[in-house]
Ligand binder design. Sequence first.
Ligand code: FE2
Length: 266
Amino acid sequence: MLTTEQLEAWERDGFLVIEDFVSAARCDELKARAEELIRGFDPSEIQSIFSTHEQTRTSDEYFLSSGDKVRFFVEEEDTRTVNKIGHALHDLDPVFDAFSRNPDLAAVASDIGLRDPRILQSMYIVKAPHVGGEVTSHTDHTFLWTEPASVVGMWFAIEDATLENGCMWALPGGHRLPVRKRFRREGDGTVFDTFDPAPYPSEGEVPLPARKGTLVLLHGLLPHRSDANRSDRPRDAYTIHVIDGTAHYPADNWLQRSPDLPARGF
Ligand code: FE2
């Protein structure tokens, strides 16, 4: 599936941008399905989480038990606006399942060295006009830890992602830096283990504008981020996180799936 040049770029940079991987029609179909799910969501469910006295604990619980469900998360600035849907769309929703599982993606996973690829997590990210929030620099391995590190992000532009509406930024070669944090469960909540408190360098970061239908592969150790969307245009994206089933998956990772719904491949 991937050319020698693409594989060299992937190993050198820790990311790879593949334009026109998905047709515009399939992007539209996925977006329509996401909008249908959002219309069926009752925001008062979330409002109650934000207004409870035990806000941290209940929102932690809502998040921590979402690994094998379809749940809605809202913008910090505007809790009536859905920010994303996660985290098992690819297993529980037929439209997302069909989008996430196909031979082309399986071939990409194999080309980049995943021996037993498992789609662990999916997110539909809305990043709505004007209110879509920023995501600060992080690595996905921090959140989806395996030993050895194996997670790969497969990010799809469902709308054009531009500098104006909050496209992805990444640090070329940053996947060779040692990981600085690990996010994990502790008790009823979560903690970060910090190995290096310094933020990831912003010098050398490059924007990854992506036309609708583009696939961006992100190495699990690559620092990446995205800006807020202050534009009039939507920046919908869909991402799946794939791990290698041959790696160890710790029991204190935030994302735990029910034995009835184990992570499957393509
Ligand atoms: Fe990420």
